[in-house]
Design a protein around this ligand. Structure first.
Ligand SMILES: [Zn+2]
Length: 476
């Protein structure tokens, strides 16, 4: 055998080995699993600071191969007692593990062994029973995650991994899972003196022997479940609800009024909402971090004391008028919502804000382009596909403000109104939006959409034009 043949055999052998190694590695994890349904039953024991829960999950396998193990992560001080499927116990292991790429982040990692493999495109239901306590994640640097089982205020949420989610002790791998999108039913039992609230709808509240069980279900498919427990008051009007701490009852009235005004403004701009199911704001103490789900916001107390802190609600409420974009969604609706958030400050609070915030976002975008090589080649319409949605907020905000300045207030809103009217409840593409904009405004904006949506042409403008006004002039 000559040298060349040897080399050929060696390289073939090498590639077979590498392929085997890759296949082996692929077997180690599967990020094409999704949860379709959650049924979360929780009981809180404040005397012992304990949470006892069962979580019934329907897991779907979207991979093209079967799986034998389902991986879950759960808060580090929560212990799984039993895992069952169809009434039969399944074997599992559990270990507290540091995330491979974030050492201080520890979670309980629970691979569950299936009795028979879960086939591609099939789903199965598992029941995990667990208990333990919560003590936050401040050691990770997440200062807002100080979640505890405390009668003054308790919050159960994914930030503290209060319920099991599919995943591995690795941010890098977990990022590859599609964004959670599920239906849920939550049932929580707490002492009568307290009230549990959730961003979905309240199904029932039943009191037995000093304990009340609240049952909730989601209104729209959700990506997170939050339950807040405290001494809550409630204000409601036409599907809008504000849950507030009793000492902030005045602020709550202001918040509700702001919600009503926002809905009225957007209805004026973009037409009435189709099948509005409700929206709520849940007050949480300062320092616990505001968060938004599809039909609610966890809003820190500051917004109840200071009316200039309510802009996150503008952002979230504007999302109610979004049209679903065909998968993989470009996710530019985040840029639109961010722009609308600041536009609404100007319109409802009558204070100038847009110019200031535009300059700030321009700086952000310039810095992002300098720091992330991917931005040199990946255009905004592909951010969703590449897991780069974070950039949609900044770049998208600038892009939608340019569009707004170029079309003018009326034609801009009229385009959004026509887009919503034609596509709500259906799926649309970026091209559909462009077509409608052109039809409504009578203006051909294809140069703009090419520069900012379909290519990275905007980078040249960021380099050549120093001010926002100069950038707008290009398309006038
Ligand atoms: Zn958003």
């Amino acid at each position: 055998m000559n040298f060349r043949v040897n080399l050929l055999i060696a390289s073939v052998a090498f590639s077979i080995l590498t392929m085997a190694a890759i296949a082996q590695q692929k077997d180690d994890y599967n990020t094409l699993l999704v949860i379709n349904e959650y049924e979360w039953t929780v009981r809180l024991d404040f005397d012992n600071k304990l949470v006892k829960a069962t979580c019934k999950v329907e897991v779907m396998n979207n991979a093209n191969r079967s799986v034998k193990k389902l991986p879950f992560v759960l808060y580090r001080l929560l212990t799984v007692r039993e895992v069952k499927s169809g009434g039969i116990s399944l074997s599992f292991t559990q270990n507290i593990k540091s995330f491979e790429d974030q050492v201080r982040l520890q979670s309980n990692f629970i691979p569950v062994e299936l009795n028979k493999p879960l086939q591609p495109n099939k789903s199965m239901t598992l029941e995990l029973e667990y208990d333990g306590t919560l003590y936050g994640y401040t050691e990770v640097g997440w200062n807002y995650v100080k979640d505890k089982i405390d009668p003054n205020f308790t919050i159960l949420r994914p930030d503290c991994m209060a319920y099991p989610e599919l995943g591995y002790p690795s941010n890098k791998i977990n990022k590859q899972f599609p964004k959670a999108n599920f239906n849920y039913r939550v049932s929580i039992t707490i002492p009568d003196s307290l009230i549990a609230v959730n961003g979905g709808s309240l199904v029932s509240a039943n009191s037995v022997n000093g304990q009340t069980t609240f049952e909730f279900k989601n209104m729209e498919r959700a990506w997170r479940m939050d339950i807040a427990i405290g001494k809550y008051g409630r204000l409601t009007d036409n599907g809008l609800t504000v849950y507030y701490f009793k000492q902030d009852s005045l602020g709550a009235k202001r918040v509700l009024a702001a919600l009503q005004k926002t809905i009225r403004l957007y209805t004026n701009w973009w037409g009435p909402l189709n099948n509005f199911k409700g929206f709520s704001i849940i007050e949480i103490p300062d320092g616990f971090g505001s968060q938004a789900d599809v039909t609610s916001i966890l809003q820190s107390a500051s917004a109840f004391k200071d009316s200039t802190e309510i802009h996150q609600a503008y952002h979230e409420i504007s999302h109610l008028w979004n049209v679903d974009l065909k998968a993989p969604s470009p996710r530019w609706e985040e840029g639109l919502a961010t722009f609308i958030e600041y536009l609404t400050i100007e319109k409802l609070e009558h204070r100038e804000y847009l110019n200031y915030v535009t300059d700030w976002f321009l700086q952000v975008v310039r810095r992002e382009v300098a720091n992330d090589m991917r931005l040199k080649t990946v255009p905004m319409v592909d951010f969703g596909k590449h897991g780069m949605t974070d950039y949609s907020y900044s770049l998208g905000m600038i892009a939608f403000r340019i569009l707004y300045q170029t079309l003018g207030d009326e034609k801009f809103n009229h385009s959004l109104r026509a887009f919503y009217k034609e596509y709500s409840g259906k799926e649309a593409t970026t091209e559909d939006f462009i077509r409608i904009t052109k039809r409504v405004s009578g203006k051909d904006m294809s140069a703009f959409f090419n520069d900012w949506f379909f290519t990275t042409g905007y980078i040249a403008h960021l380099e050549r034009q120093s001010t926002f006004e100069e950038m707008v002039m290009i398309y006038r």
